[in-house]
Design a protein around this ligand. Structure first.
Ligand SMILES: [Zn+2]
Length: 303
């Protein structure tokens, strides 16, 4: 878990990391979060003369932000955890915002990171999987059921590789850091070879690596062109482990997207700027948003 005290302009005042305690079960993770938040509150009192005025928390899985409930997170074993109320109780009634991890990270990239000032952006982290955050005028679209932005499960290779989501040929089966690692391990016969190794081999001119890499870039471009045809973003922010390859990824990716568009406007395609602190900073922004909009339902918790 990453946590921070965040100032009004998104400035990072204090940062800390801690284990979730996941191996001790779902309730233990909740307790770890509550204890971490309480310690942060104490840190604020000790070092800044006052505790945080509001709190934000971003969690994976399916999030019902309006009700403040972490509805489902397979990797944490959570179902319907009323995280907003639990946190507010532990923090003496301050307002608490709950967000989805990728959308919250996207909020931070859009407002204070790589998309700073962009009125329309799409944030796509390429990690173990691929997700997306659709930024519209300073907020991130969650969709009617909290599922918006799942570009990793856009089918780019019909009839292709099976995906745990139940479909075949999903983007994340071809262009996630995990998929590139798998493909490169297969190509080299080295089970420990990963996407970063593949990027290095591309840079040194290895033909097999270039083929593996280009397959991923082509799949990614196919998925992104679908997204930009629908959304017309001004900025396309690519993050996650695969984006750490820098221009080894961005140069061929920009070319592949450019080759595919016809009538669509090309967005600028840029690397994410906030790294793995994006979600943490975004949670801070959500908290500040609560203070700016006192009519938000979450503020009822503090009454
Ligand atoms: Zn899928």
């Amino acid at each position: 878990m990453k946590a921070a005290l965040v100032g009004a302009d998104g400035e990072l005042l204090h940062q800390a990391r801690r284990s979730t305690g996941r191996e001790r079960g779902p309730d233990s993770v909740v307790e770890s979060i509550l204890a971490f938040a309480a310690d942060l509150r104490a840190h604020g009192e000790d070092h800044f003369g006052e505790p945080a005025a509001a709190a934000g928390v971003a969690v994976p899985g399916i999030v019902d932000a309006d009700r403040g409930i972490a509805a489902y997170a397979a990797n944490l074993g959570w179902r319907d955890v009323p995280l907003r109320n639990l946190l507010s109780e532990r923090l003496d009634g301050v307002p608490v915002a709950l967000g989805h991890d990728v959308r919250t990270g996207g909020l931070a990239e859009g407002r204070i990171g790589a998309g700073r000032g962009a009125d329309r952006f799409l944030f796509v982290p390429l990690g173990t999987g691929i997700a997306g955050a659709i930024g519209i005028d300073g907020r991130v679209e969650a969709g009617a059921h909290g599922f918006a932005g799942e570009i990793g499960h856009v089918v780019v290779r019909p009839g292709g590789a099976p995906c745990p989501c139940g479909q075949h040929g999903c983007l994340e089966r071809y262009a996630s850091a995990a998929a590139v690692s798998e493909a490169w391990a297969r190509a080299t016969g080295d089970r420990d070879a990963d996407a970063a190794d593949c990027a290095k081999a591309v840079e040194s001119g290895d033909a097999r690596a270039r083929a593996v890499w280009q397959d991923a870039v082509d799949a990614l471009a196919d998925g992104l062109v679908t997204a930009l045809t629908l959304l017309d973003p001004r900025v396309l922010i690519i993050g996650g482990g695969l984006a750490e390859a820098g221009e080894t990824l961005f140069t061929p990716l920009r070319a592949a997207v450019e080759r595919r568009v016809t009538f669509q406007k090309l967005p600028s395609i840029v690397p994410a700027a906030l790294g793995d602190t994006a979600g943490c900073l975004g949670a801070g922004l959500l908290a500040w948003d609560l203070l700016a909009t006192p009519t938000h339902p979450a503020s009822e918790v503090s009454a």
